[in-house]
Design a protein around this ligand. Structure first.
Ligand code: TMP
Length: 238
C-alpha cells in the first residue's frame, strides 16, 4: 500500500491517504508535547516504540472482541489503518488517582479506586480539551446517545483487558486516554494509539513512572522508560 497525500499532521503522528479510499497510513514521530503543545521536545525512538506497542495492544484487544481501526503494521514507524471519522471525545479511564484528577479534586496520587472512573474531554486544542459530560457531548452534537453508550462499554472492557495484560508484565495501568472513530457504516471502532504517551504506567513494585510523565515533569530517563515498557511488553528493545 502506497502513501499518497498527507491528510493531517498532529503533535505525535502524521496521517496519509492511500490509493484505497478506505485506508490510511499512520506515521509515528519522535516529537513530544505536553500541556497542549506548550512544552515541546523529542523522545528518541518514541515513534518506533509507540507504533509497535500500539499495534500489539490493538491486536490483543481485537482478540478479545473490541473492534479497532488496525489493519497491518507496515514498518517500524508506519501502520495501515481503516479510515475513520474521529469522534471528538477524549475518553479517559482511571484506576488510580494521578495527574489532573489528583489536582482537580485536591487528592494525592496513588489512591487505588474500588471501581474505575470514566471522563470525557472535548477534543479541541483551541479550547484546551475541556472536560465535558454526556449531556454536553449530546448538546454539542459530538456523538449520539447510543454511540456514547457503546464508547463507554468498550472503554471499560478495554480497561479490564489492558489492566490484566499490563499486570502480567509487572506494570500497573494507572489511567489512559482513548479515541474512537466511526466507519462509513456508522459503527464505532477504537482508533488512535495506546502507548506511554497516552497511558500512565507504574512499575508494580517500585511505582516508578514508565510513561510520558517523565517528560511532562522533567524527571529524566524518558527514553529508558519507553524502552523498558517495550522490553516488558514485546520482549525486546529493537
Ligand atoms: P490527565 O491526568 O492529565 O488528565 O491524563 C489522563 C491520561 O490521559 C494520562 O494517561 C495521559 C493521557 N493524556 C493524553 O493521552 N493526552 C492528553 O492530552 C492528556 C492531557 C492526557
Amino acid at each position: 500500500m502506497e502513501k499518497t497525500v498527507q491528510l493531517y499532521e498532529g503533535k505525535a503522528k502524521k496521517v496519509f491517504a492511500t490509493n484505497d479510499e478506505n485506508l490510511c497510513i499512520v506515521s509515528y514521530k519522535d516529537d513530544a508535547t505536553a500541556f497542549n503543545g506548550e512544552k515541546k521536545g523529542t523522545i528518541l525512538g518514541k515513534g518506533v516504540i509507540n507504533n509497535r506497542l500500539t499495534n500489539r495492544l490493538m491486536r490483543l484487544l481485537m482478540e478479545n472482541g473490541i473492534p479497532t481501526h488496525f489493519v497491518e503494521e507496515l514498518n517500524d514507524r508506519e501502520t495501515l489503518v481503516k479510515k475513520v471519522s474521529i469522534v471528538p471525545l477524549e475518553v479517559i479511564i482511571r484506576n488510580i488517582s494521578a495527574g489532573s484528577f489528583a489536582k482537580r479534586y485536591g487528592v494525592g496520587e496513588g489512591i487505588v479506586f474500588k471501581n474505575p472512573t470514566i471522563e470525557f474531554s472535548y477534543k479541541n486544542d483551541e479550547l484546551g480539551d475541556p472536560l465535558i459530560n454526556n449531556c454536553h457531548a449530546l448538546a454539542l452534537g459530538l456523538a449520539t446517545e447510543p454511540e456514547i453508550e457503546t464508547i463507554k462499554n468498550y472503554a471499560f472492557k478495554i480497561n479490564d483487558i489492558l489492566k490484566a495484560f499490563m499486570l502480567e508484565h509487572g506494570i500497573e495501568l494507572v489511567d489512559f486516554k482513548l479515541e474512537f472513530g466511526k466507519l462509513p457504516d456508522g459503527s464505532i471502532v477504537l482508533a488512535d494509539e495506546i502507548s506511554p504517551d497516552t497511558c500512565r504506567f507504574w512499575d508494580v513494585k517500585t511505582h516508578e513512572k514508565l510513561d510520558k510523565d517523565r517528560f511532562r515533569r522533567d524527571l529524566g530517563g524518558v527514553e529508558d522508560a519507553y524502552n523498558e515498557v517495550m522490553r516488558r511488553l514485546l520482549g525486546d528493545t529493537k
